[in-house]
Design a protein around this ligand. Structure first.
Ligand SMILES: C[S@@+](CC[C@H](N)C(=O)[O-])C[C@H]1O[C@@H](n2cnc3c(N)ncnc32)[C@H](O)[C@@H]1O
Length: 243
């Protein structure tokens, strides 16, 4: 998709929120509530601003420039993002996870560090971040093991769809990766078809083996180890924003 023909995005205020499963666990412990109160405000993205504005540069969200910027949507317990942000201090990570249990686990993990300047997080729909970011400004996006929405009538809720791919195409730099994983066979097929059919994305796999082989430095999450109910093999799909 050429950027010339791009249809301007609307801000998130005009969109319906995505559907989530349970946002709050049955019992959120005082420890978790405490960490949400103490640590989240230090790294929290300004939701009102994101809802109302577009064209926000990632640099503005961090208050300083980083050499690269990545977005992870639905980071779960955050093991993947926490490892990345420690390994890559020159990269700024934007992450979204609406589930309180996930966000608090991520913050507990972060608490062990002295500094966590290179991460900003939102406890809400990741598309709120994506829709507010300036075009051509991200170096990559992760959507790892998104909710499968098994029933056919719920497929429209799947996060990888043409509308959201338009947004990703807009905010990614040319050549930047869009990384998708799942162990739900039917969702793998869906995501692969959606992204392959999108004019702005190219699938980078060379063979069928690439589908099932994680890169050498892949960071595994608890969810990935446990797997979805009745799930089969984990599938790794690397797409690239076309030039
Ligand atoms: C199956 S879990 C996978 C978690 C993690 N990515 C992993 O692989 O370990 C899917 C996560 O996506 C989150 N999620 C669902 N819809 C979302 C959305 N629109 N924006 C951000 N997160 C979302 C859910 O709360 C859940 O934690």
């Amino acid at each position: 998709m050429s950027r010339k023909h791009h249809i301007p995005r609307q801000n998130s205020a005009n969109y319906e929120r995505s559907f989530f499963g349970r946002r709050q666990g049955r019992s959120t412990s005082p420890l978790r509530i405490g960490i949400l109160d103490d640590l989240l405000p230090k790294i929290e993205l300004p939701e009102e601003k994101l809802l109302l504005e577009q064209n926000i540069s990632p640099e503005e969200l961090f208050g300083r420039p980083y050499s690269k910027y990545w977005l992870e949507i639905g980071f779960g317990y955050g093991e993947h993002m926490a490892t990345l942000l420690r390994n890559n201090p020159d990269t700024g990570y934007l992450g979204a996870e609406p589930f309180i249990g996930g966000m608090s686990a991520f913050l507990m993990n972060l608490q062990e560090d002295e500094a966590h300047d290179n991460v900003r997080a939102l406890m809400d729909d990741g598309m709120i971040i994506a829709r507010s970011i300036k075009p051509n400004s991200l170096d990559g996006i992760y959507v790892l093991n998104p909710d499968p929405w098994h029933k056919k009538r719920h497929h429209k809720r799947r996060i990888i769809n043409q509308v959201n791919l338009d947004v990703f195409a807009d905010i990614l730099k040319p050549g930047a990766p869009l990384v998708l994983t799942t162990d739900v066979e039917n969702l793998a097929e869906w995501m692969c078809t959606q992204a392959s059919n999108h004019p702005a994305f190219k699938w980078t796999a060379n063979s069928k083996d690439d589908f099932y082989t994680p890169p050498k430095d892949w960071i595994t999450t608890r969810y990935e180890e446990k797997g979805a109910k009745g799930a089969k093999k984990m599938v790794y799909m690397f797409f690239e924003r076309k030039e």
